[in-house]
Design a protein around this ligand. Structure first.
Ligand code: SAM
Length: 229
């Protein structure tokens, strides 16, 4: 149920308001992070950029696995929190600081589904520029295919009546943390067009493990694996 006193995150610059909640999202971690990390393979000595790293939970996991991890986030409070985990020297405060043609792996998790269409294009362009010629990007977010289910293990969703093919925004209440967000729904095919236009080739698509809730089959997240064309 919507709660009038719940925090509402409706713009990309507001995520510091729920930094603590993001750090404690164990269900998200079990679903998303545990799907993504094995896909990354042996991280030892790999140059990895986490784009939109939030408080740095995944970045810390990558550091512990031997990855040479650096992060960027639009939000200074998030960067501070991530810096406390992986070292403040491993943080980029602006896009201009991110070296180009450098990274073996760029990850971008749960970011492009909360920003405008133009910003998605900008982020995908920046990710492409940061990858080295043989680099791989993993861009993941909430599975657009389940946009019309009212409830998952992670959240309650308010339907707008718009169809799958229609880009639209809708509200979610996060079960972990109890805060509300406005999410952008866009079909998978829309994202695939953006990747192609930016010069990325789709290698594969992965979904987090399926479960059943109230009669609906749910896979919470999608992760795209992409290479520079
Ligand atoms: C839902 S959190 C996800 C954090 C983290 N990637 C994770 O998996 O837990 C979204 C993050 O994206 C950041 N963000 C929003 N817009 C951004 C942008 N245009 N560029 C970079 N980061 C952005 C927010 O500040 C926030 O830290």
């Amino acid at each position: 149920m919507a709660d009038d006193s719940a925090k509402l995150i409706e713009e990309e610059g507001q995520w510091h308001l729920v930094a603590k909640e993001l750090e404690d999202e164990n269900l998200k971690l079990a679903s998303y992070d545990n799907t993504l990390l094995p896909l990354l393979g042996d991280l030892k000595g790999k140059k990895v950029l986490d784009y939109g790293a939030g408080p740095g939970v995944l970045a810390l996991a990558i550091k512990r696995l031997g990855g040479d991890i650096v992060v960027y986030d639009i939000n200074p409070d998030m960067l501070k929190s991530a810096g406390e985990k992986i070292g403040s020297e491993n943080i980029f405060h602006s896009i201009g600081e991110i070296p180009q043609n450098t990274f073996d792996i760029v990850i971008c998790n749960l970011v492009v589904c909360i920003v405008s269409e133009d910003e998605v294009k900008e982020i995908v362009h920046n990710i492409t520029a940061a990858l080295n010629t043989d680099g791989t990007a993993y861009i993941g977010f909430c599975n657009p295919k389940i946009f019309n289910i009212p409830e998952s293990n992670l959240d309650l969703r308010f339907q707008t009546g718009d169809g799958y093919e229609v880009n639209h925004r809708y509200k979610k209440v996060k079960k972990e943390g109890g805060y509300e967000i406005i999410e952008d729904h866009r079909p998978i095919e829309w994202y695939e067009g953006v990747y192609k236009d930016a010069g990325l080739t789709l290698v594969d698509k992965y979904f987090t493990p399926e479960y059943e809730l109230k009669g609906n089959k749910v896979q919470d997240f999608i992760i795209f694996k992409l290479k520079k064309a």
